[in-house]
Design a protein around this ligand. Structure first.
Ligand code: SF4
Ligand code: SF4
Length: 60
């Protein structure tokens, strides 16, 4: 499992990037939103509460 960012809610503010201890979060192609690399995400939840748009949640 990995955390996910809802593209429709993400405003590309980048606040989550520095909260991730595993460097799993980066800008998507084009930069309109951010994405979480499921291969790098360790499910720590550190990014979730820091998102002003509540775009981050635990994956299904
Ligand atoms: S849950 Fe943790 S490891 Fe996964 S993207 Fe968020 S901060 Fe990074
Ligand atoms: S903190 Fe939330 S709105 Fe900002 S880039 Fe990350 S997922 Fe997108």
């Amino acid at each position: 499992m990995a955390y996910i960012i809802e593209a429709e809610k993400c405003t590309a503010c980048a606040a989550c990037v520095d909260t991730c201890p595993s460097g799993a979060i980066s800008a998507a192609e084009g930069g309109s939103h951010y994405i979480i690399d499921p291969e790098k995400c360790v499910d720590c939840a550190a990014c979730e509460s820091g998102c002003p748009s509540t775009a981050i949640s635990a994956g299904a």
